[in-house]
Design a protein around this ligand. Structure first.
Ligand SMILES: *Cc1c(COP(=O)(O)O)cnc(C)c1O
Length: 368
């Protein structure tokens, strides 16, 4: 069976350096917020041409803490998409804030600027921030989204959990809005071997408040001036992430190469392949097609030894926890139509040419 993703392949490819990094941390005696985290934060910031990075415990925490630092509190509206990982919305809910869902672009799968404007016009004053998601590795339309948010005086958080290394007009995602949030869950383009996350920014005013928020609100050790949580990136994960960050660009190049092969060699008119947009550098966290009779296709591919996944079988507003009319200021027709059609083909940097060809032949055969 060709797996849909394969974090263990990433480990095996770099086994010696990863093992050495882990042994170094174990022997150091320092396991939380030490040198490895400091160095990773600095290297990750440099890779983004950003002023700073703050490591946290997960991507969900990154979004939550970013919103808190921007002043979002209980009852505030946060505009985001419903076609995303539920984590984006869980982060909003955890603050006691209210998600306000807007629709996605049918081909880009990211926030529709037109729907954003419509929602802001009809929710007058309720919205306090916007969270744009770069889904599947495809950058959202940041210039448009930022222009609209600025018109309404709203800060913008970027959820980059699926888009490490993606860029728009040469500028990395995560540095367009006020704060950029990353997850290092094992299957992401930059994955740890456990949980991890980070917030990237360039406004110095947010740096110390974020550092305090991730550690009990400490202004200095044992002095909590404000509320804070425990959300720290640990030394083991940071050491692994430093090794993996060094090959992120290579990994993303491999993902793009696999995507090109899928583009060229899957021969079926009835499916929609991922589109490219001017200036947007896609990093193919997922290669997502839209197919009629998606569920049958998924089953037929499994019978031919090709594992696929659906991201996501339900939009967030279709899940019991978030099925609330007050979360839906506008209609979500594109969101509701893509959930029944999307299918994520196998995609990981270590895929062999032979595996890629097997997938292409299988998809072509199933759709004939
Ligand atoms: C994975 C993911 C998250 C959450 O990250 P965790 O590290 O699992 O908390 C948030 N948003 C998106 C779009 C994701 O894909």
């Amino acid at each position: 069976m060709i797996p849909q993703s394969s974090p263990v392949s990433a480990y095996l490819r770099q086994r010696d350096v990863i093992d050495a990094a882990i042994r170094r941390v174990l022997a150091s005696g320092r396991y939380v917020l030490g040198d490895e985290v400091r160095r990773f934060e600095s290297e990750f910031a440099t890779a983004h041409r950003a002023a700073w990075t703050v490591g946290v415990a997960s991507g969900t925490d990154a979004v939550e803490l970013a919103l808190r630092v921007l002043g979002v509190g209980p009852g505030d509206g946060v505009v985001t998409v419903s076609h995303t990982a539920v984590a984006t919305v869980a982060a909003i809910a955890r603050i006691g804030a209210v998600p306000l869902f807007v629709d996605v672009d049918q081909e880009r799968y990211t926030m529709s600027p037109r729907s954003l404007r419509e929602a802001l016009e009809c929710t007058a004053g309720r919205a306090k921030a916007v969270v744009a998601v770069h889904l599947y590795g495809q950058p959202a339309d940041m210039p448009e989204i930022l222009a609209i948010a600025r018109e309404y005086g709203l800060p913008v958080v970027e959820d980059c959990a699926q888009a490490h290394g993606a860029s728009v007009d040469g500028r990395p995602v995560g540095t367009w809005g006020d704060l950029g949030c990353f997850s290092f869950y094992p299957t992401k383009n930059l994955g740890a071997f456990g949980d991890g996350g980070a917030v990237v920014g360039s406004d110095e005013r947010h740096l110390n408040p974020l550092r305090a928020l991730r550690e009990y609100g400490w202004e200095t050790r044992y002095v909590s001036r404000k509320f804070g949580v425990n959300s720290r990136l640990d030394e083991l994960q940071a050491a692994v992430l430093r090794v993996r960050l060094a090959v992120l660009d290579d990994d993303n190049r491999r993902r793009r190469r696999i995507a090109e092969l899928y583009d060229e060699r899957i021969d079926a008119d009835c499916i929609a392949k991922p589109r490219r947009f001017p200036g947007a550098e896609h990093v193919y966290h997922q290669y997502v097609i839209q197919a009629p009779q998606r569920d049958q296709l998924q089953k037929a591919l499994a019978d031919l030894g090709v594992a696929t996944l659906v991201h996501y079988p339900r939009a967030v507003h279709q899940q019991p926890a978030y099925d609330d009319e007050s979360f839906r200021p506008v209609a979500l027709p594109n969101t509701e139509s893509v959930v029944s059609r999307v299918l994520s083909l196998p995609m990981f940097p270590e895929m062999t040419l032979e595996q890629v060809e097997t997938v292409c032949a299988a998809v072509t055969r199933c759709l004939r």
